[in-house]
Design a protein around this ligand. Structure first.
Ligand SMILES: *Cc1c(COP(=O)(O)O)cnc(C)c1O
Length: 388
């Protein structure tokens, strides 16, 4: 399907391939291997002379349909689906980096991503410098002759800081490095990083693409040339997406636009309401004019997205009281679900970093993060009002 179709259309139609049975809904191919007409065809498939499926670690038609649909939505030449968001980041790094290379990464990254750069990649000789998500000059100052990759996530978790993709991409291009953007929070419905100069887009499909908290998955997207070594790593080492999960994600993509619009509308209303609560010291939401990078957010994103963070007066005790007074919201760190989730970052997702580092990152003891779901906004507000 060509890119001239609107996102809503691509989300329900792109990538769909019918089998000989002419099924209307995408088929789930639960098979680990594929057969050949004869020995010669098998030989041709294995040496790549004839396209076609061989083994599900390499390709599976259901997974391919998901890859093609997500690629159409992001405007990418190719998508490589993976078993989780973390294996997407690992596969991108292992495919595109080698020992001796240097990475510049935002210091406001998903915790496991920080660990991946600090432990796994470090062990294999790749060094990472962490810089401010918002200070473009810091990215420029961190460049070394061996810098190969820039890595960021925008908006960041939990403070919703916005990185200027176009400006950071210009710095990366200036030194011959690639820019990878983890687009998990926005999805292509709200933000298309390739339009602002990104070379690689990463997804944890586990979050909004599934949208109902069922299965794990991820994706790496980019040019055919860049995806070749990423796919090569996956094919050899095996963190491949399962066909069943791909089928769940295909169905998730079909309603992604509706859900992202509804998550965003609910989140904006909640952020506006929180700003008026006397016990709330500060609200972090890119869709609010009070957000320090509101203008940049509205240039890069269609809406503020579904994640709201806020600081309550009274520190940890007050924050825990708000969380423990809820009866409806789910106390869990997951996000991107139809069910609203509430977390205390300082003692959960960001508990393993030192109190000083946490304070430097702006994650206070009174901070609460909400991944706003699809319940009626009045019910979400009432649930929070009890503890506030
Ligand atoms: C959850 C998450 C990941 C990791 O994804 P998994 O599917 O859990 O492996 C990566 N980046 C961001 C921004 C996330 O929220």
């Amino acid at each position: 399907m060509t890119e001239s179709y609107q996102p809503e259309t691509l989300a329900v139609r792109a990538g769909n391939v019918q089998s000989q049975f002419h099924e209307h809904s995408e088929a789930l191919f639960l098979t680990s291997s594929f057969t050949f007409d004869n020995a010669e065809q098998a030989a041709k498939r294995f040496i790549g002379e004839e396209p076609g499926n061989i083994y599900a670690r390499f390709t599976n038609p259901t997974v391919t349909m998901f890859e093609d649909r997500l690629a159409a939505l992001e405007g990418a030449e190719q998508c490589v689906a993976t078993s989780s968001g973390m294996s997407a980041i690992l596969s991108a790094c292992m495919g595109l980096l080698k020992a001796g290379d240097h990475v510049i990464a935002s210091q406001s990254l998903f915790g496991s991503t920080v660990n991946l750069f600090n432990t796994v990649m470090k062990k294999f000789g790749v060094e990472t410098t962490f810089v401010s998500a918002t200070d473009v000059s810091a990215w420029k100052a961190a460049v070394r002759p061996n810098t190969k990759l820039f890595f960021l996530e925008t908006p960041s978790n939990p403070l919703t800081e916005i990185s200027d993709i176009a400006a950071i991409s210009a710095v990366a291009k200036g030194c011959g490095a690639l820019l990878a953007v983890d687009n998990c929070f926005c999805t292509p419905i709200l933000q298309r990083p390739f339009d602002f100069g990104a070379d690689i887009v990463i997804h944890s499909a586990t979050k909004y693409i599934d949208g109902q908290g069922r299965v794990l998955g991820g994706a790496v997207l980019g040019s055919k040339k860049l995806m070749e070594p990423v796919y090569g790593f996956l094919r050899t080492t095996g963190p491949t997406m399962s066909a069943f999960n791909a089928w769940v994600f295909l169905k998730g993509l079909e309603t992604l636009k509706l859900r992202m619009d509804a998550h965003s509308a609910n989140a904006l209303q909640l952020a506006q309401w929180l700003e008026k609560q006397p016990n709330v010291a500060r609200v972090f939401y890119p869709g609010l004019p009070s957000h320090p990078q509101h203008a940049l957010a509205m240039k890069q994103q269609k809406t503020g997205g579904g994640i709201v963070a806020f600081e309550v007066k009274g520190g940890k005790a007050a924050a825990w009281k708000v969380i423990d007074s809820t009866k409806l919201l789910s106390i869990t760190a997951n996000l991107g679900d139809t069910k609203t989730t509430i977390t205390h970052p300082a003692t959960t997702t960001h508990a393993r970093i030192s109190p000083e580092a946490r304070a430097a990152a702006g994650i206070g003891e009174g901070l609460i993060r909400i991944a706003v779901g699809l319940e009626a906004i009045v019910d979400i507000q009432n649930d929070l009002a009890r503890g506030l």
